[in-house]
Design a protein around this ligand. Structure first.
Ligand SMILES: Cc1cc2nc3c(=O)[nH]c(=O)nc-3n(C[C@H](O)[C@H](O)[C@H](O)COP(=O)(O)OP(=O)(O)OC[C@H]3O[C@@H](n4cnc5c(N)ncnc54)[C@H](O)[C@@H]3O)c2cc1C
Length: 240
């Protein structure tokens, strides 16, 4: 297997056209390759500056999870800090988690930030929504979003042998002309649901609007966690 390590987007584009398979930290793909055979070409974005940015409104796909800190919104920082073990977080990348894993603990956080995916295609760099990247498994270069007023994330304890643990991510965004928009994403029973509602200052009103949507279908345990997270979030004065 030839491992490509592009240092520019045009180089990465060339390797992608040659059919190089993306690889992050290889925490998942290594076992698959050992079982099914190694590809001729693989490509890691670890030396590509565009895939290594950690900024207030950008996160590169090659960033290793344990490098994600409070430069990004709390929801994303906390999501990364709950993934797997310390050893996994030292190796696994944003791109591998969002595009390549099944648990995708970063996905609810990215959804409530309304993050856009910056991807590389044989034709060049373009921007798309996360749903499309997941469906087509495109090469993710980075995520970008607008800083929310505030955000939070919680992951419930996993039950041994059960489905992936319940996750609630929420972010409050300023709206042009006043008011705020609350985005909530819940991972329940291995599926991610998300909802956006206007927030006019009353947590009770916002929660009852949420319950008229997907939240109303969730079991009591999930609803309680959403209630707690949303109430805590909208009562904060401000901040990331
Ligand atoms: C013990 C253990 C515990 C874990 N616990 C959790 C958990 O609690 N929550 C959670 O969310 N995940 C968990 N995971 C999964 C973990 O997040 C993944 O192993 C990791 O995200 C994969 O990242 P990687 O960089 O190693 O990807 P790799 O193994 O390198 O690649 C995985 C797939 O992603 C593709 N890929 C990699 N980078 C890109 C890119 N930039 N663009 C497009 N495709 C790309 C590869 O082609 C491959 O198909 C756990 C894994 C382990 C081993």
């Amino acid at each position: 297997m030839l491992m490509r390590l592009p240092t520019s987007v045009s180089e990465a584009q060339e390797y992608l056209t040659e059919g190089a398979v993306p690889v992050g930290g290889a925490t998942l793909v290594w076992a698959v390759w050992q079982r099914d055979g190694f590809p001729d070409h693989a490509m890691s974005l670890r030396n590509l500056p565009e895939a290594n940015r950690i900024e207030a409104e950008t996160l590169g796909a090659a960033v290793v999870l344990n490098r994600i800190d409070d430069r990004v919104p709390e929801v994303l920082h906390r999501a990364a800090s709950t993934v797997g073990t310390g050893a996994v977080r030292r190796t696994a990348t944003v791109g591998g988690n969002i595009v390549g894993s099944t648990l995708r603990c970063l996905l609810p956080a990215a959804l409530v930030l309304d993050a856009r995916a910056v991807i590389l295609e044989p034709e060049g760099v373009t921007e798309t929504d996360l749903g499309e990247v997941l469906a087509k498994r495109q090469l993710l270069l980075s995520l970008r979003w607008h800083t929310p007023i505030t955000s939070n994330y919680v992951k419930a304890a996993a039950e041994p042998g059960g489905p992936s643990p319940l996750v609630v991510a929420a972010a409050l965004h300023a709206v042009a002309g006043g008011g705020a928009l609350l985005r909530v994403a819940v991972r329940f029973d291995d599926e991610v649901f998300s909802e956006n509602v206007s927030h006019h200052g009353s947590a009770d009103e916002t929660l009852s609007t949420l319950r008229r949507g997907f939240l109303g279908w969730l079991p009591a345990q999930a609803q309680e966690l959403v209630d707690r997270q949303v109430t805590g979030l909208v009562s904060r004065p401000s901040g990331r």
